[in-house]
Design a protein around this ligand. Structure first.
Ligand code: MLT
Ligand code: ZN
Length: 461
């Protein structure tokens, strides 16, 4: 019985809670967990795993539930393991610049804590006010500062994790150097809760950057976004290089009541962020791009408030599209492949589905493009999702032809599971299955996410 491990306030089985904690931001999957539990200690997590093994219960780890690939969806009577009550900072070592925290710590709270120490936690994205560090690590979250600071993986100095056998692994202990074989910490990062339940995380902090300037420029041709990127990156260190299409701008403006950044409309916009002390060099790069005809107009923030409002144009896009229940894609190719790749996908979608609006935005400086196809107002969600499902193989073929990834940062979860073969080879998937069998021999951890459980295998292309 779960109540031999947890107190009453740590278990919920009411219908409303099952619906809330049984899903993430992904739509279209049944939500049917049997219970939600809220462990408070590592020992409780271990006891839960032991109990799940004995009762053949399946466990779905759950953080801030902001995921977009169904990684935290419980559809088959699983027990959802919410880390909402394991949300504390346990320790801080100023000399190591390492925060030891529980997985349920909200990302923005880690950012805030770092600020209080005169330091910086650099992984950032629009959902950082709700997402949790454990979920960020489980999906190796990226976001808007990857071009300068890398992914969540780069900030994980150590972790304690309970595997599917109930064993507690203490991985890397915050060491900078450790050449003692396989690094399980990095195996856990991005494993989407399929190999273990993280209970403690050592997160590194960075020095506080100087104040930032934000520039938004209008770009008529998609290929020129890359020319602009390289011209600026040759001169200055960029903290962000994002892009969005005019349609994306129109949607976010309407949703948030924002004014247009430039007097004229352009097919694409790039948003650049850099240190204030680089402004003069950035202006030189801007002039060079203007002379080359790659950009036509631009605006640069004059204050922190203006920088924030320019960021809204990019960060508000995802939320502004939510009411369209879009068919979302999170694709990446090498930066040099971006223009050709975007043109290929755009051509396929606009020729095959001329009635659908296609919205592009994303972290183009990392080669990561978000493709959102919007559901027409008069089309039922189910019918629209069927079209999305029909498009996926074709889009992923285009990704595979350029040796790209079908998921750059959102993760595989349920949404991309049956398409993993477009990015990973059969040999790689077999090795992943082997690792899963080692770490979770009873198949109790986040079943059917990332990899089909053996009984459900064979669906992949
Ligand atoms: C973003 O970059 O805005 C997020 O990854 C969310 C999304 O793709 O919609
Ligand atoms: Zn993104």
């Amino acid at each position: 019985m779960l109540d031999t491990i947890f107190s009453q306030k740590q278990i919920r089985t009411d219908a409303e809670s099952l619906q809330i904690w049984g899903k993430d931001w992904t739509n279209g999957y049944p939500v049917d967990p049997r219970a939600i539990v809220f462990p408070e200690t590592t020992e409780q997590v271990q006891e839960l795993v032991t109990y799940a093994i004995s009762e053949d219960l399946k466990l779905v780890p759950s953080g801030g539930r902001t995921g977009l690939s169904g990684g935290a969806v419980a559809s088959n009577s699983e027990v959802v393991v919410s880390f909402d009550r394991m949300n504390k900072i346990l320790d801080y070592s100023a000399k190591d610049r390492i925060v030891t925290c529980q997985p349920g710590l909200v990302t923005a709270n880690l950012q805030q804590f770092a600020k209080g120490q005169g330091l910086y936690y650099p992984v950032d994205f629009a959902s950082s006010g709700s997402s949790q560090i454990g979920g960020n690590v489980a999906t190796n979250a990226g976001g808007i500062k990857v071009i300068r600071y890398g992914l969540t993986r780069d900030w994980v100095a150590g972790m304690k994790v309970v595997t599917g056998t109930g064993a507690l692994l203490d991985c890397n202990a915050g060491l900078v150097k450790n050449a003692t074989g396989y690094d399980f910490r990095h195996l856990m990062v991005g494993s989407e809760g399929t190999l273990g339940l993280m209970c403690e995380l050592d997160m590194r902090l960075a020095p506080m950057p100087e104040p930032q300037c934000v520039m938004v420029v209008g770009v008529p041709q998609v290929a020129d976004l890359l020319n602009i990127l390289h011209t600026f990156a040759d001169q200055i260190t960029l903290s962000a290089f994002e892009f969005f299409s005019d349609l994306a701008l129109t949607k976010v403006q309407a949703h948030r009541g924002l004014t247009a950044p430039l007097t004229e409309a352009f097919a694409y916009y790039a948003l650049l962020e850099f240190d204030e002390s680089s402004l003069a060099l950035a202006e030189e790069a801007f002039a060079r791009c203007m002379d080359a005809g790659w950009l036509v107009d631009g605006v640069v923030s004059q204050s922190e408030a203006q920088a924030k409002s320019l960021w809204q144009l990019r960060e508000g896009i995802s939320e502004s599209l939510a009411s369209y229940t879009p068919y979302k894609n999170d694709l990446s190719v090498r930066i040099s492949e971006v223009p050709g790749f975007l043109a290929d996908v755009d051509r396929y979608v606009t020729e095959s589905y001329p009635e659908f609006e296609v919205c592009w935005y994303g972290h183009i400086g990392d080669g990561n493009l978000h493709l959102n196809i919007l559901r027409p107002e008069d089309m039922a969600v189910e019918e629209f999702f069927k079209h999305g499902h029909g498009m996926s193989p074709k889009i992923f073929e285009i990704v595979a032809a350029r040796r790209g990834s079908i998921s750059a940062e959102h993760g595989v979860g349920l949404l991309k599971r049956d398409f993993l073969g477009y990015t990973r080879s059969d040999d790689e998937i077999a090795l992943m299955q082997g690792l899963k069998a080692l770490f979770d021999p009873h198949q109790i951890l986040n079943p059917n996410k990332l990899l089909a459980t053996p009984s459900n295998a064979g669906k992949r292309p």
